[in-house]
Each structure stands twice: as C-alpha cells, then as structure tokens.
Design a protein around this ligand. Sequence first.
Ligand code: 4AD
Ligand code: MG
Length: 464
Amino acid sequence: MTNFSVKSSLDSPLFGKTVVVEGWLKTRRDSKGGFSFLEINDGSCLRNLQIVADKSLENYDAEVVNLFPGASLKATGELLQSSGAGQNVELRATKIKVYGFCDPTSYPLQKQRVSFEKLREVSHLRARTNTFGAVTRVRSALSFATHQFFQNKGFCYLNTPIITTSDCEGAGDAFHLTTIDLKSLIDAPNVRIKAEDDFFDLNANLTVSGQLEAETYACAVGKVYTFGPTFRAENSNTSRHLAEFWMIEPEIAFADLNDDATLAEEFVKYLVSYVRENCSEDIAFFDNRIDNSLCQRLSDTTSTDFTRVTYTEAIEILLRSNTAFEFPVDWGTDLQSEHERFLTEQEFKSAVIVTDFPKEIKPFYMRVNDDNKTVASMDVLLPNIGEIIGGSQREERMDILKKRMAELKQKEDEYWWYMDLRRFGTVPHAGFGLGFERIVQFCTGMANIRDVIPYPRTPKNAKF
Ligand code: 4AD
Ligand code: MG
C-alpha cells in the first residue's frame, strides 16, 4: 500500500492498486443506493479526488454519513476508472479512517462562496478554499522560479539584515525597534527613560530595503540577490500596499542602468513564463473565476518587448493625452498609479520601463545624470498593477555622492561604510527591487494585495 497525494492519484493513477489518500472533505453526496461520494482535497492541486464509500464499510452509518466539509480523513482502496462526468479516476474505499469531524454549524467555510473580505477574518483557514489554495501554490512556484532564475545566472543569494539603522529610501517610514515597554510609558507618562536603557541604538528599525547592504556584497562577489521580508510604516490602505511585504533585490557590479533594465525585463518574463508552464491548472482557474483577461495579459507580457521611455517623454505623453487625471501631471512630480496605468494599458499596451526621473523625487544613492536634473533610475510598470519594480544605477563617484547626501540631509557618519565602497575600488553598479506580492497579484489576477500573502499586515492589523 502506498500513500498518494490527490494530484498524483489523479495524474498518474495506478489503476487496480490499493492506495491510501488523505485530505479534507469538500463535499459529500449520498446516493439512495446506500453509498456516498466523498470529494476530498489535500492542497496538492486544485482538483478533488472522488471517493466512493458504501454501506459495507464498518463505520458507514456511525461516521461516514456524519462527515461534513472540512472533516479530515484517510481513505484506503483501489483506484478505478470512473464513469462519472468530469473525472476519470475514483477511489473505491475499503476503509475510511476519520481523523477529525467538522461541525457544519460553526465551520466558517461552508459550501456557498464566502467573500474575500470575510475570508481575511479567518486567514488561518482560508488556504482550504480553491482560490487561496491556488494562490499559495502560485506564490510558492514564483519563489522557486526566482531562485532558479538568479542561480542559473550565477548570482549569490544574500541574506541582508532585518534589523538595521539605515532608512535606505529616506522616506522616513521605517518601523522603530525598541525593547522599552511603550505601554508602561503611556500608562505612566512621567517615567524617565535613557537611551542606554534600550537594547539597540535608538535608531534601530526594521529594514525598508536590503539594497545598501546588497551593494556592499555586489562590490565583492559581483552579482547578488536578496529575497526577504521588508517593512514599511506607510499609512496607505490601498490594494497595492502592505506594511510587511517580500522584496527581491538583485545588485550587479560593473553594470549600468541599461543592463539593469534588461535584467528586470528578463526576470519578469521568466517568472510569468514559469507559472504559465508549471501552474497552468491554477492559472486557468484564475482566468475563469477571478479575471478573464489574465491568460491574455500573461501571454502578452512574455511575447512583447517592454517599452522604454524616459520620465520626461512619459510626462509629455500624459500631458498630450488630454485625459482628466485626478492628480495633475507636471514635470517634477511622481507618477501616480492612474498615470502608470494609462501608460501601460492605453498608450503602449505593454509593460513599460520609465527611466531618468527628476533627482528631487528620488533617494540619495541614485546616479546623477549629466543633465544634473535627473538620475539614472527606472520603474517597471505592468498593466493592471502599475509599479512592480523600482531600481537604479548607483552613484559611484564619491564627490557627487557626498553632495547628494548633504542635499538630502543624510549623515555621513552613519553611512561611512557605504561611502567606503566609493573610497576603495569604486565600480559602476546597479540593481532593483521587485515587490513579490505584486507579481503574485499580476500572475493570479487577485485584486487585493491582502489576498496574496498568508497573513497580511496593514495599518491596525497584525492580530494573527
Ligand atoms: O521602489 P522601491 O521603494 O525601491 C526600493 O526599495 C529600492 N531600494 C530597490 C532597489 O533598488 N534595490 O520598492 C521596490 C518595489 C516596488 O516597486 C513595489 O513593487 C514594492 O517594492 N513595494 C511594495 N509592495 C507592497 N507593499 C508596499 N508597501 C511596497 N512598497 C514597495
Ligand atoms: Mg518605487
């Protein structure tokens, strides 16, 4: 007797052999003839395995007819060719062992569809639904494909620190980290605390990006990538922002912005091709149930060149478009999501790489262009999603870096180690960050970013 997953018993069934399959009940239908059809799923694929359980089972009356959706069980029996519509394999049970019953009056996932909003209140159970099972598999496939892509190209996987004292993006939205009991301070506002009482230095925070540390390693081993959790205390309740998200950050030595953009395009195309090939059943489900332009969009992404435009050209296009945007278009202000979507969905009908943004709206580390107005930066925009990647060539010239740091009020004594890279054998280098949840959204068509991470963290929401 061999244990099989639902997927392997359906995909490569050993007809006539006795097998064991375990899972959770999706539905039970009783037939008048004294037997029941049990559909079980174990998360190995979207499809369920049908088990035929008849009265001759010793626990039929006592247990089988008391199985409701969510119950867990082990079925032993022969795999047979099924004549039922929509399936060609079924398991004729000789034994059903019930692991756990499931009370239909209190189980939150009943047969009728539960809204995604409601499901967020039961994040610990939602992976048992078809949609969240599929999201979980696609997310896992995208992680695997990420490592495969970079490892095949000779990049080193690097773990950058989660606790840092730098705010890479300079946006001031880092979560501060302290062991001081803030609650007791609120309750007793007159208690005096000293900096030395804290575990770290007072500036310790959760990382907003591993980039600066990745740069130090790229300037030693050449090509690195990080793939880790990232934290931002942005108070933005949108369908594209989380307070805790995962980011992939490659960094390459001896590279310029053009190399960076080429790598970004290749990476996005690789991820999309990977899930199209390896998650076709789940993608077809999303296309059918969630977003019926998904398959088309994915196939267009892999077959069409990403359009490259400078920020200045993008602004001209937006101004010429005569579209009434909510946020006015003006050289010098950042692109808003409505502008990004206009460029990808209306103007170019492709993914777009916008380069050379004004230096005033970008962080200190981006390389200043010869015009002294713009920096060698890029944002990769995808239809339906908007910004998926932000990146740049890095400022490798010490004198200009110092000037930029002074302009942006970054303290040299905090970044001495970063400046050492420019002091000792500086090289041109570039990199980018891809928001992992946004690519999961792009590949599944899921509208809200809270539904593509197991436990979403958003303002006022970190309960479980
Ligand atoms: O554009 P960002 O802020 O770039 C950086 O952090 C650079 N240090 C990256 C680098 O050059 N190594 O963030 C990169 C990407 C964004 O394009 C977006 O996809 C994602 O990270 N992102 C978020 N995803 C979910 N929730 C948030 N709050 C996000 N903020 C950024
Ligand atoms: Mg950005």
